[in-house]
Design a protein around this ligand. Structure first.
Ligand code: ADP
Ligand code: MG
Ligand code: ZN
Length: 482
C-alpha cells in the first residue's frame, strides 16, 4: 500500500522485582499500602556515608529474566553511578549498570498483525540490567500545572530490571503486544506482579522515515504506551508533512490528556558522568547461571503448545488461557476434573469476560470460586441440570458474593432446568395463546415468528430452558398440528 510509514520503535522497560527487601538495604519492598516515607533507612534515603549491600535474590531474579528472554548472561557485573539531580534522587546519583550489565542479545517472539497477517515476529533484546528505583514524586494536579509536589522515598531502592529492545517494533499495537508478552513471561517466572501500581514503567523511543527519534519517558500503563506512541506518529507525521525536521528530544506523556509534551532536548551518556560505584565490588555471576536456568518454569509459548496438543483446544483458547499464569493454572485444575474443551470455553469465553467486567484478577477470583466449584457448575450444565444461562448466573453470583456453593445457588435462585413435562405444558400454553397470531404467521411461512414464540416460552420458564431445545420442541408441535 502506498503511503505506509517506516516506523521504528524501541522500548526501555523497567520492571519492579518481587524481592522482600530493597536492592541495597534491608528495607521492606512492601510499600504499596504504606504511609509515605515509612520504609526508609540511611541507605535508601541516600544519606552521606551510608553504604549499599547488594541483595543476592534481586540479582538472581534479574538473571532469571535475562535467561527467559534468551539473553547471553555475562561472566561478571559491575554497578555504576549515573549522576544527575532530581528531588526523587537525593543522593545525586542512581546506582545502575553500564558497560557490564547482566546480559546482552536476547529475543522475544510476539504474534503480531503488524501488516503481515498474524505472523510471528522476532523482537531483539539489546540488554538486561539491574538498577534501583528512585523515590516517587506526587504532583498535585499534572506535572506541568502543579504548584508543588511531594516526595515519597518508600520506592527508593526497589530493585528494577531494565529490559531494552532494539528498534524492531513497527507499530504502537506491536509495542502493546510486546509488553503483554513481557508481562506474562515475568509473571510466569514469579519475579513480577503486573497488577501492582507502577510495577512496569516504560520509556518509548520512536522515529519515522529514518529520522531522529523522540523518547517518551516514564509511561506507567500498557495502554499509555500504545496511546503515547500513536500520538507521536501523528505529531511527527505532521511535522514531516510541513517539511520540518524531527528533533531528537525527551518528551513526557500526559496520561489524562493522552498527549506528549516536550521536556528537554535529549541528554547524552556523557552528561551522566558514569563511573563504577566504588562502594560495591565486581560480582561474578557466571557460576550461578546453570543453577538459575534450571529454575525457569514452562514459559507461555511452551505452555500454549502443550495446551493445544494435550487438551485438544483451539489456538485462540490456548492463547487466551496462557496469557495469565493464574488463569492457566486454574484451567489445568478444572480440566483435570471435567471435559477440557468445555472448561476451555467457559474459562476463556465466559469467566474472563466476567473478570474484565468486574476488573478483578484471576488471583482474586480464585479466592471466590474454587476449581471444584467451577467444575461442579460445568458438570450440572453437562448433565442438563442447568442451562447455559443458569451456569453463567451461578458464576456471576459466586464472583459477586465471594463464594457460595453451586447447588445452593441453583436452589436459592431456582435455576434448575424445567423438566420435560413442565416444558411441554408451557409450550402448549404459548401455542394456544398465540394461535391466531405468531403461530399462524409461522405456518404461512413467516419463519421469524418462531423467535417471538421462543421468547415467550423463555419468559414463562424464566430462562430455565435451553433456547435450542425450546425451538426444536416448538417446531415439532406446530408442524404436527398441520
Ligand atoms: P539512550 O540510552 O540514550 O536512550 P540507547 O541507544 O540505549 O539510547 O537506545 C535506547 C532505546 O532507543 C532502545 O530501545 C533503542 O531500540 C531505541 N532506539 C534507538 N534508535 C532508534 C530509532 N532510530 N528509532 C526508534 N527507537 C530507537
Ligand atoms: Mg533511554
Ligand atoms: Zn532502606
Amino acid at each position: 500500500m502506498r503511503g505506509e510509514m517506516d516506523v521504528k520503535i524501541g522500548l526501555e522497560c523497567h520492571a519492579q522485582l518481587l524481592t522482600k527487601s530493597k536492592l541495597f538495604c534491608s528495607c521492606s519492598t512492601d510499600y504499596h499500602d504504606a504511609e509515605p516515607n515509612t520504609h526508609v533507612c540511611a541507605t535508601c534515603l541516600g544519606l552521606p556515608g551510608a553504604l549499599p549491600v547488594v541483595n543476592e535474590r534481586a540479582i538472581r531474579y534479574g538473571m532469571k529474566v535475562a535467561l527467559a528472554l534468551g539473553c547471553e548472561v555475562q561472566e561478571e557485573i559491575i554497578f555504576y553511578r549515573k549522576n544527575y539531580y532530581y528531588p526523587d534522587l537525593p543522593r545525586g546519583f542512581q546506582i545502575t549498570q553500564y558497560d557490564f550489565p547482566i546480559a546482552f542479545n536476547g529475543l522475544v517472539r510476539i504474534e503480531s498483525d503488524g501488516g503481515d497477517g498474524g505472523k510471528e515476529r522476532e523482537i531483539r533484546i539489546t540488554r538486561v540490567h539491574m538498577e534501583e528505583d528512585p523515590g516517587r514524586l506526587v504532583y498535585i494536579g499534572t506535572i506541568d500545572t502543579a504548584k508543588y509536589s511531594l516526595v515519597d522515598y518508600n520506592r527508593s531502592g526497589i530493585p528494577l530490571v531494565e529490559i531494552v529492545t532494539e528498534p524492531d517494533l513497527k507499530s504502537p499495537k506491536e509495542a502493546r503486544i510486546f509488553l503483554g508478552k513481557l508481562r506474562s513471561t515475568l509473571e510466569y517466572l514469579g519475579v513480577f506482579d503486573g497488577d501492582l501500581e507502577g510495577a512496569m514503567r516504560v520509556d518509548a523511543n520512536i522515529s519515522l522515515e529514518g529520522g531522529e527519534r523522540a523518547e517518551v519517558k516514564n509511561i506507567s500503563s500498557y495502554k499509555g504506551v500504545e496511546r503515547a506512541l500513536s500520538f507521536e506518529i501523528t505529531r511527527q507525521k505532521n511535522l514531516l508533512r510541513r517539511g520540518l525536521k524531527i528533533q531528537q528530544e525527551t518528551r513526557h506523556y500526559d496520561e489524562t490528556r493522552g498527549i506528549t509534551l516536550s521536556m528537554r532536548t535529549k541528554e547524552f551518556e556523557h552528561d551522566y558522568r558514569y563511573f563504577p560505584e566504588p562502594d560495591l565490588v565486581l560480582i561474578r555471576i557466571s557460576d550461578r547461571k546453570e543453577e538459575i536456568r534450571r529454575e525457569i518454569p514452562e514459559l507461555p509459548d511452551e505452555k500454549k503448545k502443550r495446551f493445544i496438543s494435550h487438551y485438544s483446544i483451539t489456538m485462540e483458547h490456548a492463547n487466551s488461557l496462557t496469557y495469565d499464569i493464574n488463569i492457566a493454572d486454574f484451567y489445568e485444575e478444572v480440566a483435570s476434573k471435567i471435559d477440557s474443551k468445555l472448561s476451555a470455553a467457559w474459562i476463556a469465553d465466559v469467566l474472563k469476560g466476567e473478570l474484565n467486567y468486574r476488573s478483578i484478577s484471576m488471583r482474586e477470583a480464585s479466592k471466590r470460586i474454587s476449581t471444584d466449584d467451577f467444575a461442579a457448575v460445568l458438570r450440572y450444565l453437562k448433565d442438563g441440570v442447568i442451562t447455559e444461562r443458569g451456569a453463567t448466573e451461578i458464576i456471576r453470583d459466586m464472583l459477586d458474593r465471594g463464594g457460595g456453593k453451586p447447588e445452593e445457588i441453583i436452589k436459592m435462585k431456582g435455576l434448575a432446568s424445567i423438566g420435560s413435562e413442565e416444558m411441554e405444558k408451557v409450550i402448549d400454553k404459548v401455542i394456544k395463546e398465540y394461535k391466531k397470531g405468531a403461530v399462524e404467521d409461522y405456518k404461512v411461512g413467516k419463519k421469524e415468528a418462531l423467535n417471538f414464540l421462543v421468547g415467550q416460552v423463555m419468559k414463562h420458564t424464566r430462562g430455565r430452558a435451553e433456547p435450542k431445545e425450546v425451538r426444536r420442541l416448538l417446531v415439532g408441535k406446530i408442524e404436527s398440528e398441520f
